[in-house]
Design a protein around this ligand. Sequence first.
Ligand code: UDP
Length: 238
Amino acid sequence: SDAPVRFKRVMLKISGEALMGETAFGLHPPTVQRIAQEVKSVHDLGVEICMVIGGGNIFRGLQGSAQGMERTTADYMGMLATVMNALAMQSALEELKIHTRTISAIPMDQVCEPYIRRRAVRHLEKKRVCIFAAGTGNPYFTTDTAATLRASEMNCEAIFKGTKVDGVYDKDPKKFDDAKRYETVSYNEALARNLGVMDASAIALARDNRLPIIVFSLDEPGGFRGILAGQGTYTTVK
Ligand code: UDP
């Protein structure tokens, strides 16, 4: 379509669980392929795309530490899980002929590129999708924070947070019929009311860097592209 595209460079953050589909653990290849298609449809608009994918479909540090594992070791396992998810997404995108780089906060040169900021920027300028893996490289953080950090470093105009619902509600829309969706909500209100947009450190970092967070449904086919073309329902945290 000829609709104006609202953004030149964006960050797409999805949880690891988004790659599970209806399964209980790990990766569901048809779901990975479907999300890759959504990314391609936005790439086709000429938008430069960064991605961060969580690891919760494979391992979460908190889970491990609750079972007696040392917390930082468990967090490193979680970070490694995000690398697996990133590689799966890279593979699905390249199947669609989208040049993609997996860029890890923890160097593992045989597997993917190490994170070097200026190099990543260059990839984006060349329209390569950059998937930032291994979170921030530090324990005690989450991939929401990693997405906000990389989005800031890459000068993204917005963070697109793909979820199961089409925005932020005052209460759980899957449980309450009268739940109301916000068009916009301030960072401070999202924090104060614990609206579950992202974890608190990620929201605070987005606030300090004036990065809008666009919460939308990843289950809606064409939803990601629609928002970039000025359509659809979503909530902007700003
Ligand atoms: N993690 C970490 N530092 C980071 C990012 C992630 O230690 O900068 C670990 C943490 O243990 C976390 C796991 O990686 O539980 C998976 O990431 P996350 O829980 O954010 O994944 P999601 O919930 O988005 O699938």
